[in-house]
Design a binder for this molecule. Sequence first.
Ligand code: ATP
Ligand code: MG
Length: 557
Amino acid sequence: MTQQEYVNTNFIEDIIIEDRESGKHPSIHTRFPPEPNGYLHIGHAKSICLNFGLAQKYNGLCNLRMDDTNPSKEDEEYVQSIINDIKWLGFDWDERFFFASDYFEELYKYACQLIEKGLAYVCELTPEEVRKSRGTLTESGTNSPFRNRTAQENLAIFHRMRAGEYPEGSKTLRVKIDMTSPNINMRDPIIYRISYATHHKTGNTWCIYPMYDYAHCISDALEHITHSICTLEFEDHRPLYDWFVNQFTDLPKPRQIEFARLNITYTVMSKRKLLELVKGNYVNGWDDPRMPTLCGMRRRGYTPQAIRNFAAQIGVAKFNGISDLELLEHFVREDLNKKATRVNVVLNPLKVTIENFPEDEVLWLDAENNPEDETAGIRQIPFSKHILIEQDDFSENPPPKYFRLSPSKEIRLKHAFYITCKEVIKNSDNTVVEVICTYDPESKGGWAKDGRKVLGTSHWVSEKEAIPIEVRQYTKLFLDKEPENVVPGTDYKDGINKDSLAIMNNALAEPSVAKAAAGQAFQFLRQGYYVADIDTTESKPIFNLTVKLKDGWTKKK
Ligand code: ATP
Ligand code: MG
């Protein structure tokens, strides 16, 4: 690596560079360790981009490891979704796919070694008693009455715990460190508990399960992880992490490094809350396009590239903060601008009749697919006497500076012609139901021969050829900027935005949209980016709003 590439490194990279230069770790090895107890969210994406990204940049390796030590909450469905989502983001672990449960036998063996060394004991205090005896931040803990059992006795009971001779909750294995340590994590933490839940992978083979703090560092060491990157809440656990790996001379010593979790405005991120939103039917499943899950974002039309660009931009920090949802949306727009096919879709149609156009004629006009991409080519769109424009694009009594269609005014129909409003037709309750216009045949393509200017440009569809589609307009799921930061006594769910989904059932699209493949990205001209939904069982094709255009399209035609 050249000196140039060292520029703009973050504090984790600085450690990696130092370890490479000193020869401590000539090649680095990271891991992404999700617990398969829910679907991955954008916060996980940050950790994935970091771990896999560092391995790529520094020519190292990154493992995928399921941290599956809690059988009651974990499930095969989650394992599969995690695999899909990481692949979708664009990362690969080759054959290095592991489970913490792969190491249950070794973890048991190392626990026995701790007992033999007099560093672990079987404790029979109830969970409540353990909690009390651990003390508080200002008071030291008290020793368990079971702390001084002999190694022989502990070993015998531990074997019998494994053999299933004791009920759940009756015994734990604890390490003997220091009940007076200022760090509560060091006050004889529990490393094994009894559970008769069926494990998604090991079934009923085990009835004792290692705790995260013990299993995680040993798993890292067994996989020869050099840099174990985790989030800030584990900072106080680092002395325990080091304590464990230092007990075993046959194990390498990975280094734990903490960084700040990603938080995003208007978003809840904890898996527990996301599960609650799904179970309570506040949303339509884990992949509801309003969810911050990767499958939700995929269904919403967010692209892996946009998420990776966002993760790179926010970087890594040592202090917790919150990132703006608008920043993520910026990267989504930026990526889709280059990729999405432009089409005409009218969400709330208003009939327009062109009185000087022949009744049965259909004119097929050229329309560019993407002005940002020369290779995207053109398609043909039909123009006829009966067309539809957006209701919002017409006003009978326009306010000042109204740059759309109104009586006797002229506008451009994108890719088509100039039209002038001649007459307004209303029904009995005074609503406009149709607008009669004339068109200028000399303005084909949307540019007048004499070069005269018009007020604005509208999108439109031809009535006969248009296809009906269902459009799902999504906005923020939460009204509060920081929905997890709730006032005591209230619930984060109180802040759910009841209007976060609006279904538009009258929308009409130009005929080319009929060929949309599930997941295909579009820009509905002047409105926003949309994606063809994965659900193709409905009678009409469904499109999800990915993100609205930032500024209409009046400036940039
Ligand atoms: P949650 O708190 O949302 O339930 P978790 O931390 O329990 O998440 P894990 O499956 O244990 O979820 O996380 C796997 C990895 O992803 C861990 O290394 C964790 O630190 C990281 N991670 C989880 N949430 C975030 C986040 N918001 N920002 C950055 N990294 C995260
Ligand atoms: Mg976790």
